[in-house]
Every structure is written in structure tokens, then in C-alpha cells.
Ligand binder design. Structure first.
Ligand SMILES: Nc1nc2c(c(=O)[nH]1)N[C@H]1C(S)=C(S)[C@@H](COP(=O)(O)O)O[C@H]1N2
Ligand SMILES: [Mo]
Length: 206
């Protein structure tokens, strides 16, 4: 029996419902770090801002303090990386994307979100997925500020989709009409990325 089968069988022994693990994934207790490029450093959050723009009535540029002053939500979720590790019951705190979009005035023509991060990283997701209650701009993980390598000061959390959609070092939320590929999507990853359907890569790659 190979590593993946043993890992899956071990779930029950650990007290987890094995159906929580999507196909082709293994469970880890660790928190691997995965990204392209360097980890940005922030000496001073007074220069940080989060821009909400595109198909909104009122473009927003929120300061760190303004983001912190918004209602805060705690979410618990299982994360699934396209490189096959999953981690259960991670807890995050942050501001609902839905609240940010309400505040900016989401326009009817918007169908998708393109998240923008430091160093030009981006990731797309349909609006329906980022309007879920668990979709947040997170600034705490397991009751601590985010570690630099996990996205400090803030990252997007897109529940239910592969974790590459959850952009670390988030700086912008762009509302667009029609789908547009982000960084990994332009490099062969799936436009949607549902772990339960193993939508890892494009089905027809050039
Ligand atoms: N800004 C940025 N966010 C990113 C990435 C990246 O390269 N840059 N990689 C994504 C990928 S592929 C994964 S699996 C997760 C990993 O998050 P972690 O390092 O906190 O585990 O971050 C996602 N967010
Ligand atoms: Mo990933």
C-alpha cells in the first residue's frame, strides 16, 4: 500500500471522517509554505492599503485601521493545496469579502473577482464563491497575526477551492465581468479549481 492509501486509512484512526479528504490529497499536520517570488516585508502598516475596484459604485482604498474597524468574523476550514497536501480545521479571522463588496457597492454586471497581491500575483474566482460567509480577508491564523510567509499582513481566504486562490499579501479586489485568468491560471492551473472534482490543471493544455 502506498503513501496516499496509508495516509487516507490513517484518517479514521486520527478521528477524522475520511470523506473530508478530497480525491488525490493527503492530510498533513504541518503548514507547508508555497508561493512564487519573495516574501514581502512591511515595516509600517500605515503605508498598507487594500483597494476594492472595478465594477463597484465607489472605489475603496482602505487603510489597515479602516479594515480593522470593520466587523470581524472567525472561520474554520479545511485547506487543500493543488500539490496534494490538505490541512484540516484551520482557523482564521478577518473581514468578509461580502462586507467589503457591500461597502463599495457591487455592480450587477460583476461576475468574478480577481484578487491582486504584492509582486503581481493574482487569482480569479466566481463571485458566488467569494460571497460565501467563509470568504474573508484574513489577518489572523490560529489566533495570531499571519506569519510573513503565510501572507502577513492580510491574505484572501477562498473556501472550498484549491488554496492557490487564497492570495497571500493581498492588496486589491477587482470586480470584473466575465472570467479572467490569474497568475497560476495563466500557467496551466484550472480556472475554477474544485478539489472535489480534482480540477488541478487545464484539461486541454496547449
Ligand atoms: N501572493 C501569493 N499568494 C499565494 C501564492 C503565491 O505564489 N503568491 N501561492 C498560492 C498557493 S499555490 C498556495 S498552495 C497557497 C499556500 O499558502 P501557504 O504558503 O500559506 O500554505 O498560497 C497561495 N497564495
Ligand atoms: Mo498551491
Amino acid at each position: 500500500m502506498g503513501f496516499f492509501d496509508r495516509n487516507r486509512r490513517n484518517l479514521e484512526k486520527l478521528g477524522y471522517d475520511p470523506s473530508r479528504l478530497p480525491p488525490g490529497q493527503y492530510l498533513t499536520e504541518r503548514f507547508p509554505v508555497l508561493h512564487a517570488g519573495d516574501v514581502p516585508t512591511y515595516d509600517d502598516l500605515s503605508t498598507w492599503s487594500l483597494r476594492v475596484f472595478g465594477l463597484v459604485d465607489q472605489e475603496l482604498t482602505l487603510s489597515w485601521d479602516e479594515l480593522m474597524a470593520m466587523p470581524q468574523t472567525d472561520v474554520t476550514l479545511d485547506i487543500h493545496c493543488v500539490t496534494k497536501w490538505s490541512k484540516f480545521d484551520t482557523t482564521w479571522r478577518g473581514v468578509k469579502v461580502a462586507d467589503l463588496l457591500d461597502r463599495a457597492g457591487l455592480q450587477g454586471a460583476a461576475t468574478h473577482l480577481l484578487a491582486h497581491a504584492e509582486h503581481g500575483y493574482s487569482a480569479n474566482a466566481p463571485l458566488a464563491d467569494v460571497l460565501l460567509d467563509e470568504a474573508i480577508v484574513a489577518h489572523r491564523f490560529e489566533d495570531e497575526p499571519l506569519a510573513p510567509e503565510h501572507g502577513y499582513p492580510a491574505r484572501l481566504i477562498v473556501p472550498r477551492l484549491y488554496f492557490w486562490k487564497s492570495a497571500k499579501w493581498l492588496r486589491g479586489l477587482e470586480l470584473i465581468s466575465g472570467d479572467r485568468p490569474g497568475f497560476w491560471e495563466r500557467n496551466g492551473y484550472h480556472m475554477y479549481g474544485d478539489p472535489w472534482r480534482e480540477q488541478r490543471y487545464w484539461e486541454h493544455r496547449p
